[in-house]
Design a protein around this ligand. Structure first.
Ligand SMILES: C[S@@+](CC[C@H](N)C(=O)[O-])C[C@H]1O[C@@H](n2cnc3c(N)ncnc32)[C@H](O)[C@@H]1O
Length: 203
């Protein structure tokens, strides 16, 4: 059982998580016009705090995650709301490979710091996008290692990311019109942790 399996049922109880995911959605909307013909992939979909905002704005959403517990919570929400354009898949980004040229938009919130080699996975995201596809990744900026408590460090491979480095990874993966900016500050135990949104286009 992973750390996320254990906390899945209580995940949404922290209002800052809901607020943060909604903010990421608002910032993505500023970069990408959402249309009814779009296929979206959410990497590390969790309980769907980001993904569910897209339901009535795009054609189809695939949510992938390596916590069955988180996916089960989301599955229940989908069933309760009679949503029929979401498909969920167990997927470990440290082990598996995405389908190629499949999506118009790839999104992710607070997940890439759990990947062993994020720079390699960004290349996979590029390959998974159709031409004109977009990537929008939100995650922690470099932090001092205190964002996660000691008992929650399992599966944390990066204490956030340097924005310049993350942007370079997008460029190295061949993304064009790239940008990265701070979009939010998570207030946790009186400490502020900035979050960035990284953006790029596959031409
Ligand atoms: C901090 S949570 C964020 C969940 C959701 N995106 C949100 O904003 O509420 C990180 C998510 O990434 C998932 N995750 C962590 N490592 C992963 C991996 N290697 N492959 C796929 N998903 C992973 C976790 O199971 C968890 O659901």
């Amino acid at each position: 059982m992973s750390r996320f399996d254990k906390v899945a049922k209580q995940w949404d109880a922290k209002s800052r998580r809901i607020l943060m995911a909604k903010n990421t959605f608002d910032e993505i909307k500023k970069k990408v016009s959402l249309t009814k013909d779009m296929k979206v992939l959410d990497i590390g979909a969790g309980t769907g705090l980001l993904l569910l905002n897209f339901v009535d704005k795009v054609k189809h959403i695939t949510g992938i995650d390596n916590s069955q517990g988180m996916l089960d919570v989301l599955k229940e929400k989908i069933a309760n709301s009679h949503i029929n354009n979401i498909n969920l898949q167990y997927f470990d980004a440290n082990e598996e490979t995405l389908h190629k040229e499949n999506y118009n938009l790839v999104i992710s919130n607070m997940t890439f710091h759990h990947f062993v080699r994020p720079e390699n996975f960004i290349k996979q995201v590029y390959d998974s996008l159709k031409i004109n596809g977009r990537i929008c990744i939100a995650d922690l900026e470099t932090e001092d290692g205190t964002f996660h408590s000691k008992e929650n460090l399992e599966g944390v491979y990066h204490f956030g990311f340097d924005k310049k480095q993350f942007l370079n990874w997008l460029k190295q993966a061949n993304f064009k019109n790239t940008s990265i900016k701070t979009i939010f500050e998570i207030d946790k135990d009186g400490k502020k942790f900035p979050v960035f949104l990284a953006y790029g286009e596959k031409e």
